[in-house]
Design a protein around this ligand. Sequence first.
Ligand SMILES: [Zn+2]
Length: 447
Amino acid sequence: MRNFGLFLICSCLGFSQTIEDRYREVSAKIIAEALKDEGGMQKLAYLCDRIGNRLSGSEGFMKAVAWSAETMKKEGLENVRTPPVKVVHWVRGKESAELVAPFDRPLGMLGLGMSGGGDVTAEVVAVKSFEELEKLGRAKVEGKIVLYHPPWVSYGVTGAFRRSGPSRAAKLGAKGVLIRSAGIPQPNTAHTGTTGFEDGVSPIPAAALTEESLTMLERALASGEKVVVRMRSEAKTLPDADGANVMGEIRGSEKPDEVIVLGGHLDSWDVGQGAQDDGGGVIASLEALVVLKKLGLRPKRTIRVVFWANEENGTRGGNAYREMLGDEIKNHVIAIEMDGGAERPVGMGVTGGGAKALEQMKAIGKLVEGFGAGAVTAGGGGTDIGPLMKDGVIGAGVRTGGGRYFEWHHTTADTFDKVNAEDFKKNVAQLAVFAYVLADMDVRLGR
Ligand SMILES: [Zn+2]
């Protein structure tokens, strides 16, 4: 497939060139540089080991902000800024759960973000769907601990019980909630993540269980005896805390006001190191700019990297960035988010800009096909760039293969050792090629 219907006039030479022809040579240089670059993995190791996890409102998050800005400056990015953002401030505190009847056993658990504190001992009622919960109704749910134990299907499907299960049970008078973790079952691992309580519903203790403890609870329930659990949690939500987005640029040579923005979120959950979610995303985005700078490439438009704040439990960074732009949003050509882990990149999902933008993105994809990262498909984006996409900016999300992301996601196991250097470097290469070509093409994406 050679003809993408997209021909750019190369006026100096007087002949038509496809994106693929025009950028093949420079892309090869970018890819070679990215694949041998060690700086990205070194930065990610620093973020993971020396700063560690960084939930919004924590000391770790503010350390990460300061280090990120300093690192961007050291790498020679322009206009490095840390616009302040008020962030949600939830703290976990001590937490535990134990089976007290029909026998005594501690339960492996991890509290859900935004859940409430308390010391609750109550009988367990188990459901596998929201329909089952509604059928039980207030009569059978009030005063109980609700256990959601649907099978693991996918993050989208099973994750629904984490996202709204506690609120729905609390509305019926439940005193606590336990869930099957919203992740691929792993030995002795529970997956946290945010849960939301509807307005007027007070947060209750809510936790994800390890597969070992969940299945033990299921066996206890199957015995027909009364199953009682004690949940203790010091979790609380404090007033909003100080935070910041972090951003830096390679300014465009001809159209500096037109911006290609790429990035991920700097905050992470308060367990593990936030290596795959989303340390890999922010550092690969930054390293893409570093690679372009090393090669002395300055495209026509500006490439901006943003480390957004508070994605995990507030989306405050993405919203604040949108607000900061004001009318300037019209100059945002595309927003690219990498927040699906730093596994092997396979392509990008694109939303907005119509058939033209998709066709142009597919043409750029051809340039990274050599290492398998070129499959551009319709539909994609990211939480942090959501506010931009809602207001008309074309959005794209990096798609990765490998399939292990949801084993580590939101767990104590999301640590640096889970990031494969080769895969990470391919992400850098993919982002650098896309960012450079999008910023340098004669026509603006979608036109
Ligand atoms: Zn994430």
